[in-house]
Design a protein around this ligand. Structure first.
Ligand code: G6P
Ligand code: MN
Length: 451
């Protein structure tokens, strides 16, 4: 363990999430003392746009914290204790492609699920490994990378294969966002909930929701049967995911639980269990990436502009579970608090009927040496089978990336539940290869004509 105050670097400093994360850090300074915050991004211009907003957030709380903005990895990571990673390789422009290419073939177009997630994985694994190596070279030897970079399941598997000893903790805010909604429905603070959960990232189920030792899942089931996983007043429940498409997503917990009421699904299961409805509601010319570019991103850039002109910073970003969660996890790592959080971790028998080496998402106690998962035991055949298939798709994608294998990429696409046929898989993959020329490793066919 290292002694506070800490040096913290944010890799992907130009993200729209950076101000919210930094705000969360500022309100927790007593619990998580910081000497310096460094923003690091390879897109200097974008980071320079966001940086004054971040600086203002810091200065509203502290004059002492040193603030550094850099594109130089040595400056960014030297002596750092924590690195919060949130890279988006190819930015929203490429997210748009991930969503639109599958949709043109009548297949779910999504950032982390289906072909879009696989494409994003092929872009992100190797840059993530580069980041790990830079942190390894420059940062404190016990530094922790807390990683939000998507597609988190694939990134985590890639890191496990390529850098098995790296001190990286892969996290996602979706379970905790779901818990916030549960709390709102039950009328209790989300910190009062203790949940059991099993699955992969963006692919899992809550099996128990305890409040003071009592399982509230039956009460939630009744509510969800009417409203989905939202209070009646949707906007109040979730300021971060309040766009209409997110409201729809939370509502879709209802049709899933109407059919499978036993457990409460991660919202992302809608893409695998009801892809037809999803595609029917998606506009192939205007997807979530467009919504985000025209919404969250534009609003923040406009606020940065206005702040530069007037010195007044308009209200332009959310402070919510996304920022709170990463700070909670980092605190537990820093001070060996052993707090219980849902994180990604190598299975190692936690789920007895999934492979030993699978990266799973389960509750774990976060110690200064990393997560200690709780024991889940055996999961039902239905869930196990869904998980195995998804895991295989993601693992093949990782192998495709590492080996530069076209066949394995095609297998990954074909195995994904969102993709109906081999022909769909191939057509989408081939278009994506074109669109990702600047980002993907070259994929070779082992059995090419004439070889
Ligand atoms: C949730 C997920 C993230 C994902 C985000 C997308 O928070 O956990 O993994 O990136 O939603 O939200 P957006 O507003 O960009 O569609
Ligand atoms: Mn996530």
């Amino acid at each position: 363990m290292f002694t506070p105050p800490f040096i913290l670097s944010i890799a992907g400093g130009g993200s729209t999430y950076t101000p919210g994360i930094v705000k969360s850090l500022m309100v927790r300074l007593q619990d998580f003392p910081l000497a310096e915050i460094r923003l690091y991004d390879i897109d200097e211009a974008r980071q320079n746009t966001i940086a004054p907003v971040v600086e203002k957030v810091i200065r509203d709380h502290s004059q002492r914290i040193k603030f550094t903005v850099t594109s130089d990895p040595e400056v960014a990571f030297s002596g750092a204790h924590f690195v919060f990673a949130q890279m988006r390789v190819g930015q929203y422009k490429m997210r748009e492609q991930d969503e639109k290419i599958p949709l043109r073939h009548g297949v779910v177009g999504q950032e982390t699920c289906g072909p879009g997630g696989l494409a994003y994985g092929l872009r992100t694994i190797l840059p993530m490994v580069e980041l790990i190596d830079l942190v390894d070279r420059y940062a404190h030897e016990k530094a922790w990378i807390v990683n939000y970079s998507n597609p988190a399941a694939i990134v985590a598997e890639g890191v496990r294969r390529l850098r098995p000893n790296a001190r990286v903790l892969n996290i996602c805010d979706m379970p905790v966002a779901a818990m916030r909604n549960m709390g709102a429905i039950l009328g209790v603070d989300r910190h009062k909930l203790e949940v059991d959960y099993f699955g992969l990232n963006h692919f899992g189920w809550f099996t128990r929701v305890l409040v003071d030792g009592e399982d509230k899942l039956p009460e939630l089931r009744k509510h969800i049967a009417k409203f989905g996983l939202l209070t009646e007043d949707a906007a109040k429940t979730d300021p971060q995911h309040s766009d209409p498409s997110w409201v729809k997503t939370w509502r879709n917990i209802k049709p899933i639980m109407d059919n499978f009421p036993e457990y409460l699904p991660n919202p992302y299961l809608q893409y695998y269990l009801m892809p037809n409805q999803i595609v029917a509601h998606q506009n192939p010319d205007y997807t979530r990436a467009n919504e985000v570019m025209d919404g969250r991103e534009k609003k923040l850039f406009a606020a940065a502009e206005e702040y530069k002109r007037t010195g007044i910073l308009p209200d332009a970003f959310h402070v919510g579970v996304h920022g709170e969660f990463i700070v909670d996890v980092a605190r537990s790592l820093a001070f060996n608090l052993r707090s219980r959080h849902l994180v990604m971790v190598e299975n190692r028998g936690a789920i007895t009927n999934l492979p030993y080496d699978a990266v799973v998402e389960v509750p774990a106690y976060i110690t200064s040496e990393g997560p200690e998962p709780i024991r889940i035991g055996q999961v039902p055949l239905f869930h196990q089978t869904l998980l195995q298939q998804q895991l295989a798709s993601e693992q093949l994608l990782v192998e495709a990336t590492i080996e530069g294998s076209y066949e394995k990429a095609l297998q990954a696409f074909t195995l994904n539940r969102t993709v109906p046929t081999m022909e769909h898989a191939k057509a989408i993959l081939d278009e994506m290869i074109e669109a990702n020329r600047d980002y993907w490793p070259a994929l070779q066919k082992a059995w090419q004509d004439g070889e």
